[in-house]
Design a binder for this molecule. Sequence first.
Ligand code: AMP
Length: 389
Amino acid sequence: MSKLSIRDLDLNGKRVFIRVDFNVPLAAGGQEITSDKRIKAAIPTIRYALEHGAGLVLASHLGRPKGKPNPEMSLKPLAKRLEELLGKPVSMAPDCVGAEVEAMLPSPGQILLLENLRYHSEEEKNDPEFSKKLAALGDIYVNDAFGSAHRAHASTVGMIQYMPKAAAGLLMEKELEYLGKATTNPPRPCVAILGGAKVSDKIEVIQNLMKLVDRLLIGGAMAYTFIRAKGQATGKSLVEEDKLDLARQLMSEAGDKLMLPCDHVVAAELKDGAENEVVRTIPDKKMALDIGPDTIREYKQVISTAKTIIWNGPMGVFEKPPFDKGTVALAKAVAESGATSVVGGGDSEKAIKSAGIADKISHISTGGGASLEFLSGIELPGVAALTEK
Ligand code: AMP
């Protein structure tokens, strides 16, 4: 990695401002944390900084409070959860900037969690004055919020120019290492599996990966826009009519690298346990909701030879069995392949977890949007802004 890491810094006696991604799902009017996965993901960096003699100012956004305080999106419950996880007290600031916060700044060994950055509209506007106020809270800047690195906000980009050094945290470093390895001279064959709802969401990813990979396996609803573009029947499947020309262009650029499903699981409607059948030609009144068994066989064959696998998006409507079969079968094939595998996007992660093979995946990215932009070849502003080694 060309950027400074927290491991390159002398943290002793310093106040370290760490941008974390504590954008957790909440229930019960913001009182209950339904998954603390993101808090746990930041623990290694937090512990590292404490062990190296720093006082910590932790900052994050949570939800979309639209520039105003909203008790349902307060970080208060996170301070408590963090205390439990660390077995150490965590002070909760009433705001993220201002005199009251400045009076609470931590000494070495102490932790202060700032209130939701997005209570101020200046955060998303990347406002210079707000950035300066945030920068005044720390001596050194660390970004461990990979999930927010594709956003140029005050806490991810703006404040860095007012700080002497800006480094990647351990989670950020791991994300960049795995995504970087998968996309720069990857061990070959390198195979990408792309699925999900729409071609339009992933045009740049397809274009960028096409140049890199040896095979591009397409599944999910996006396959049907390609299939229609080839002049084949798609029945009532999801097709983006306005993307047919683009799909034809992508197919001609990719040549035989791009593989499409040859059979499909179809049903008359999308509901749990709906009556379904496997077809090669999609009937007029049916929609394709998963890849079929022959496609699974073909794709598994390709996956079994891969040395590097990049996966984004499910192969079908995996939330509704039996339309999860294609996704689960490929997840197992990825796990068994022994290849270095990098999975991005919330839905792909859910699919991997439901297949019970999460521990066999080399890296599951914590950032859906950020990992997609990375795979599209776009430089993430939150990474670009960090100090060069
Ligand atoms: P994405 O967020 O783009 O990765 O898309 C994920 C969504 O695509 C999931 O909610 C899937 O249910 C949906 N999806 C995948 N395959 C299909 C399909 N064949 N028809 C309709 N929706 C699908």
